[in-house]
Each structure stands twice: as C-alpha cells, then as structure tokens.
Design a protein around this ligand. Structure first.
Ligand code: BYC
Length: 336
C-alpha cells in the first residue's frame, strides 16, 4: 500500500500525466467527494481512494520521522544545558518530540501501513524527513533559536493540520500543537534572558544562531507553490489547508516583530514592510541548498541517519523484552 503506484481519480491521473485509468468505484468516489466538499472527516473505517490513503501515509510518516530525527539536534545539548532549570525544560521538550512521533506513527498505522515498514524506509534512507534537522547545533543559543524559529515554523505549518480531513491525523495534531506552543515559548524566553541579561558574547551568540537558522526555517515550509507537486491535490482533499508560500509569509510577518522585541536582526537585506501588500517582502531562498539537503547531502544527514539506526539497534533488547512480557501475560490469561 505504501509503495502502490496506483492512480485512482481522473484528476490525479491527469495531474500526474499518466494514462492509468481510474479504478475506484464511482459511487464510492462520489460519496467520498461529498464528505470532502462538505468539509467533513474521513475516519479509518471509511472507504477512501487509494491515492488519498497514499498521500496521507507519505505525509504523516514523513512528519513522524521529522519528530523523531528532530530530537537529535537538541538532544546533543541536554548534557550541556547551562542550568538544572534549562536541562529539565530541554529534557521535557525532547521527550515531547518522541511522543509526537509516536502519535503520528499510530495515526499512519490506521491507514494500514506497519510501523516496521515506515521505520525501515527511514533507516534505509528512502523516507524523507524535515530538511531543518540536518543542520548542526553549534552553541547553546541554537537550542533557543530552534525553539523560537523551528518550533514557531512548525506551529504555523501544523495548526491548519488540526482541521485536516483525516480524523486521526487532525486529532493527533491538536495535542502536538499545544505542546509545540510551549516549545516555542521556552525557546523565545531563553533567548530573551540571553539578550536582556546576558553578556555581549552571549548576545553575539544569539545573533549568530539566528543568522544560521533563519533561511533554513523559511525553506522548511517546502518549495514555492509553483513548484510544489503535492499541493494542489493535498488542498483539494482538505489535507493541506494553507499553501507553502502563504504559510512562509505568515511566519515572516509574525516573526519580525518578535525579533525586534528580542533585539536581533534577520540576515536579509531585502526584508522590507510592503505597505501595499500588508506583508513583509523578503529575499530569495537558496532552493539548491534546500534540495541538496532534502536529497541527503546536507551537513548532518549522514550523522542523523547513523544515530537513528544505532538507536534502533540499541533498543532491540527493549522490544524483545516487551514482546516476551506480552507473550507471558497472554499465556497467563489463557491459563486462568
Ligand atoms: N524537508 O509538494 P510539496 C517539526 C518535500 S516537524 C524535506 O510541497 P507537500 C518539529 C515533500 O515531502 C517538521 N522535504 O509537498 C519536530 C515532497 O516530497 P515527496 C515536519 C520536504 O507534502 C521536532 C517534495 O518536497 N512537519 O516541525 O505538499 C522539533 C515536494 O513538496 C520539505 C511536517 O511534516 C522539507 N522541509 O508539502 C521541532 C508537517 N518540504 O514526499 C519541530 C506535515 C517539502 O513528494 N507536512 N518537502 O517525495 C506538511 O505539512 C507537508 O508535507 C510539507 C510539504 C509542507 C512539509
């Protein structure tokens, strides 16, 4: 199912430029379309076209992988946090990301794909995860900037997913977004402390981290709408509610005033408030760099994947013990 190449709707076939005939039963397709048109919810037991199922598995599993790989850049700093308070906050945050990954793998499983196959795709480098986690966290300020900008971008992108047409994904996202909001605030607050109470060296460290992460965060929203092959169908199906470019613009508009309060600048000479549009104009994003990173050639791709694979191997005894314990429990229940 995960790898099924079947195109199922005339629209999807036409969009993909294929000649594969639609094979979905027309009455079921019409009933599905009626639910989508009425902005209703599709649940796991409901009939759905294969292409819808496949799109959801792709997006939700990529999202789950992003949460799990996303633990690594910040996890690097748990042992080096500057105080017990910051260590406790960071531990809780990284643990939350693990939880998000688990909700999302569970949501994807409701579509009939196994967790093992999703993890295998991640571990063998076949699955995508967010580009943003392939960059290094060089200083403590990176941890604050990830909270402020990366989690800030994540909230912007994920809040509309709470209204996604697929029930289990939408419900998972409600909790995820609440927790992301805490993540964003803790990052911003830690930067505020450094900027308002810190030394010049600490303030410089914050500015340097903002300079390194800013453009990566803008790219994180995905390619421009004109070059986003999945957007049109995703929006038609109510999976995606707001386009990549619109979310990116909202993020810039929301973040620039926050940067002013913090006392940092963003590294963009073209950034300018556009009175006519009622939005900030901003400079060009380096899409070559983005695609190189998405395709496995960013600064930390290999390290991230190797760490994940090693963690999976190291956890084998835990999975074996859990399975043995469950088997024992079953046997006891059967004997009783
Ligand atoms: N990185 O047609 P498009 C988090 C891929 S977790 C890598 O626009 P779509 C957090 C895209 O997959 C952050 N790949 O696609 C966690 C597609 O490739 P395939 C993750 C990217 O799906 C821990 C191709 O480019 N958030 O924030 O309509 C701590 C064409 O793109 C990226 C989610 O996963 C990227 N940045 O839109 C802190 C949210 N962007 O699959 C924070 C759910 C695009 O055709 N996902 N690609 O081979 C989404 O909202 C959408 O999938 C995206 C992409 C907006 C990401």
């Amino acid at each position: 199912m995960y790898t099924s190449p079947t195109m199922t709707t005339p629209a999807a076939s036409a969009q993909a430029g294929t000649n594969i005939a639609p094979i979905e039963p027309p009455e079921k397709m019409q009933a599905f379309d009626r639910v989508i048109d009425a902005d209703g919810r599709i649940e796991p037991q409901d009939w759905m076209p294969q292409a819808y199922r496949k799109t959801l598995v792709r997006q939700i599993s990529q999202h789950a992988h992003s949460e799990i790989v996303g633990m690594l850049p910040e996890g690097n700093w748990i042992s080096r946090a500057p105080s017990l308070k910051r260590k406790a906050i960071l531990l809780a945050k990284v643990q939350d990301e693990a939880g998000h990954g688990l909700y999302l793998y569970s949501a994807a499983e409701t579509l009939g794909v196994s967790r093992d196959s999703m993890l295998d795709a991640l571990h063998t480098g076949r699955a995508k995860y967010s580009s943003i986690f392939n960059y290094p966290t060089l200083t403590w300020a990176d941890v604050g900037v990830i909270g402020w900008l990366v989690d800030g971008a994540a909230i912007m992108n994920q809040t509309p997913l709470c209204r996604c047409s697929y029930g289990p994904y939408a419900r998972a996202m409600i909790r995820v977004c609440k927790e992301e909001s805490f993540h964003q605030r803790q990052g911003y607050e830690s930067l505020l402390v450094m900027m308002k109470e810190g030394t010049q060296a600490q303030q410089d460290m914050v500015q340097d981290a903002v300079n390194r992460w800013w453009w990566k965060c803008l790219a994180m929203f995905g390619p421009p709408d004109s070059e986003s092959p999945n957007s049109e169908q995703g929006m038609r199906w109510g999976i995606k509610r707001i386009s990549n470019d619109d979310l990116r613009q909202r993020f810039v508009d929301a973040t620039i005033p926050q940067a002013a309060v913090l006392g940092v600048s963003v590294p963009d000479e073209d950034l300018k408030w556009n009175e006519e549009r009622g939005h900030y104009d901003f400079g060009p994003i380096d899409w070559d760099e983005f695609w190189a990173t998405v395709n496995g050639n960013g600064p930390c791709n290999k390290e991230r994947l190797a760490t994940r694979v090693q963690a999976w191997r190291d956890g084998q005894w835990v999975r074996d013990a859990a399975m043995a314990s469950a088997q024992k429990k079953r046997e006891k229940e059967q004997a009783a």
